[in-house]
Write a protein that binds this ligand. Structure first.
Ligand code: URA
Length: 273
């Protein structure tokens, strides 16, 4: 490896290695003999940073628990199922200690928009902008999403509600692991039951595969209707998978297909009873 001589080079090296968040106030030189011997390799040693908007909670940071995956999912199911409203679900998520992503995230990214909206959208995972603001889809892909929604008369202020399959940003924007997705899924499923939308839109392959429990990629899942069913819903919800807006920014040639999908979604939303 070339020598890293300047702070800029050292910073660039860390960013290239995926280290783009600080989880401690001061650096620890673990090469010194009197440095703490235990590197926080276990999740129980990772302490979540205080949420910025709740200054009084800073004195009691939440401890992320080491639990076997079945116990994590059980805790998530118990907490999520007890929630009867979106506000209760948000509080249940705040009490949840089973997902390691919570320890490195700045904010929980729960949802944005009107929870009584007829259309619910589910994306993949928060990025850096979302993590900073605590809201889903506020970065570049969010701006494209807002324009896509506006093209068929939808907006967060009025008739659209947006969340993700994972509520915390994976460090360095890596893909969430199957364990992290499984830990969040009971909350996402309960979220759909509580909002009870007329139409569900899944943004991107990871969201579509998770919610539809399918193994095909987004290219095969988009372009057709599915029915999302769950015990807490009175009827199946018509569901579409769409190319993720971040993918469309990188692959503008596919906007044509996304536009076709949006028009079909619009037809169903505006169908007279
Ligand atoms: N991409 C997502 O899938 N969700 C967000 O909230 C932001 C970007």
């Amino acid at each position: 490896m070339d020598a890293l001589d300047t702070p800029g080079e050292i910073l660039r090296w860390h960013i290239d290695a995926g280290v783009d968040e600080c989880i401690g106030e001061s650096p620890v030189n673990r090469y010194l003999t009197d440095a703490p011997k235990t590197i926080p390799a276990t999740l129980s040693n990772i302490v979540a940073p205080p949420e910025p908007q709740k200054a009084s909670a800073a004195a009691t940071p939440q401890r992320i628990e080491v639990m076997a995956q079945p116990e994590v999912v059980q805790q998530a199911c118990d907490l999520a199922q007890a929630a009867k409203t979106v506000e209760e679900l948000r509080a249940a998520l705040d009490a949840f200690t089973g997902c390691a992503l919570k320890a490195t995230a700045t904010n929980t990214v729960f949802a944005d928009g009107n929870p009584k909206a007829p259309v619910m959208l589910i994306g993949e995972a928060p990025g850096a902008d979302e993590d900073r603001q605590g809201l889903p889809f506020v970065g570049a892909s969010g701006q494209l999403l807002d324009r896509m929604l506006a093209s068929i008369g939808l907006s967060r202020a009025e008739n659209a509600y947006i969340t993700n399959v994972v509520f915390w940003r994976p460090p360095g924007n890596r893909n969430p692991t199957t364990g992290e997705i499984a830990a969040c899924l009971p909350f996402v499923e309960r979220h759909i039951e509580i909002v009870d939308p007329q139409v569900l839109i899944l943004l991107g392959g990871s969201s579509a595969k998770t919610i539809l429990a399918r193994s095909e990629g987004i290219t095969r899942l988009r372009g057709k209707w599915f029915e999302y069913e769950s015990a807490g819903l009175s009827r199946p919800v018509p569901t579409r998978a769409l190319f993720h807006p971040a993918y469309l920014l990188r692959t503008p040639g596919h906007k044509r297909l996304a536009w076709r999908d949006l028009l079909e979604i619009s037809d169903v939303i505006n169908k007279k009873p």
